[in-house]
Design a protein. Structure first.
Length: 128
């Protein structure tokens, strides 16, 4: 009995089945690999930016950190003190605190409060 024909039919059936019902794990692995490639590219770009001596290239992260920090300080310390001083002087000024819903996620991400900094420290790759 010739089994080469049976093997060819089995391969054809496997090919048809995989086209109709693709293997989800292979598709997910391909998507993960693509995402990791993008992430690694961003990490490499971050390293190049951080090593730059140009303040406009390497200094934007510290700048954003300082802006967020100053905005938080103004919102929670400066504004209440300012309003209390005005109230003491007999002037009432209706100044609402800043809306921090867009700024806090940025600041918290920069501070590493998303557990990434902890993971770096556990793995021994955190900067001292």
């Amino acid at each position: 009995m010739d089994l080469t024909g049976v093997g060819a039919v089995a391969d054809l059936a496997k090919s048809v089945v995989s086209r109709i019902w693709p293997d989800k794990t292979q598709q997910e692995q391909a998507e993960i690999a693509a995402a990791l490639t993008v992430i690694q590219g961003q990490i490499d770009a971050n390293k190049v930016e951080a090593a730059s001596t140009n303040v406009f290239v390497s200094g934007w992260r510290p700048f954003i950190g300082w802006v967020c920090g100053l905005a938080c300080a103004w919102n929670w310390i400066g504004l209440p003190v300012f309003k209390a001083g005005l109230a003491t002087a007999g002037m009432i000024l209706a100044v609402a605190p800043a809306d921090l819903t867009q700024m806090l996620p940025l600041l918290l991400g920069m501070l590493g409060l998303g557990s990434l900094r902890t993971v770096e420290k556990i793995n021994g790759v955190a900067a001292k």
